[in-house]
Design a protein around this ligand. Structure first.
Ligand code: ATP
Ligand code: HSE
Length: 326
């Protein structure tokens, strides 16, 4: 349940007075999502999402995220478009929190994506990379390889309690990646989404209809975004298990969809297994931190880290892009 900040009727009315959005017809908290408070807002002018940014989002980063969505929307890419108030500003304050209203996107997030949807997200991701190629703001990836040892510190015992021997796998993977130095490879860089999981993508049937939730976006290797998607879209449902199967047809469809818009360079193909390992580690580590620090009975249930350890173990056996179906 992600409504941390309640909005009173008076506060909402005063907030809407700043916009040309007409009068509120409906205003409801949205249960999905974990980071921010999101509300569905319908006014006499249309349907919107109102987001109040909670503590985990750094307020200094908000102009980067909002500018990014404005840039995409101006280029016709389907994403939530920040709505400007009469003074030309999209980022405002509501109930003491930074807040923004964005356009509502139609579509559903697939629970278990099929190969056609994997192809669609591959195409959508590449279109997004192309559309952002002239976005001039930058943001460092705060969850890149330099952050991983810090996230892992003090977690070994808990990891072994989740799955015997797990800490050895993570230690080895961290050491291998530190040696391979993915950051020093000269791969094409640009603005990446960095969290494009199925719950952040919308489809109408099998047709891709848009991307949301850009709050991990940053400047990094474009192929790393594809590696994140391979992890998030091309494995069978984990159910919290460590053993988990790569679905070759879904992975191949995802890569083919991506390459139908932006063909990978030879160096990107070569780096794909390393980037896929890095992506699996990144999500394992952040899930592990949430798993060990979220108090029992908290509103938001932490996601199981083991599924990403399983993906990591798979990637450690893949040495070429062809191994993913590329
Ligand atoms: N522009 C939009 N159009 C339609 N629905 C949206 C839009 N933005 C958000 N939603 C809905 O709100 C839910 C929560 O949004 P989101 O995933 O951005 O939450 P969050 O808490 O900000 O981020 P996170 O997923 O990282 O926890 C989505 O699953 C979706 O159902
Ligand atoms: N997509 C992340 C959650 C943060 O957005 C995960 O599944 O671990």
């Amino acid at each position: 349940m992600a409504v941390y900040t309640q909005v009173s009727d008076d506060a909402l009315a005063a907030y809407l007075d700043e916009y040309d959005l007409g009068k509120a017809l409906s205003f409801k908290g949205i249960a999905e999502g974990v980071e921010n408070s999101n509300y569905y807002l319908e006014t006499t002018k249309g349907r919107y999402i109102l987001t109040l940014f909670e503590k985990r989002v750094n307020a200094d980063d908000l102009p980067y995220f909002i500018g990014l969505k404005q840039h995409l929307a101006a280029g016709g890419f389907p994403c939530p478009e920040p709505i400007m108030a009469r003074d030309g500003k999209a980022l405002r304050t509501l109930e003491g929190r930074p807040a923004v209203i964005v356009s509502f996107l139609d579509g559903l997030s697939p629970r278990s994506p099929n190969p056609a949807q994997c192809r669609g997200i591959g195409e959508g991701l590449a279109r997004m990379h192309v559309a952002l190629s002239d976005y001039d703001k930058t943001r460092e990836n705060s969850l890149g390889p330099a952050a991983w040892p810090r996230l892992w510190k003090g977690q070994s015992e808990q990891a072994d309690a989740l799955h015997p021997g797990l800490s050895g796998l993570i230690d080895e993977a961290l050491a291998d990646i530190a040696e391979a130095k993915p950051q020093s490879l000269s791969l094409p860089r640009g603005t990446i989404h960095a969290d494009l999981f199925p719950d952040n993508a919308f489809f109408l049937g099998d047709d891709f209809s848009g991307i949301i939730d850009f709050y991990f976006a940053c400047t990094d290797a474009l192929a790393y975004d594809l590696a994140i998607c391979l992890n998030a879209w091309a494995f069978e449902d984990g159910d919290g298990r460590m053993a988990i199967d790569y679905n070759f047809s879904k992975g191949a469809a995802l890569i083919a969809g991506y390459e139908s818009v932006r063909p990978l360079q030879p160096a990107e193909r070569e780096a794909l297994p390393l980037l896929a390992r890095g992506a699996a580690l990144r999500f394992f580590l952040t899930r592990m931190v949430d798993w060990t620090t979220t108090p029992e009975g908290a509103l938001v249930k932490p996601k199981n880290p083991l599924e990403y350890a399983g993906r990591l173990a798979f990637h450690r056996k893949v040495h070429t892009a062809e191994g993913y179906g590329a």
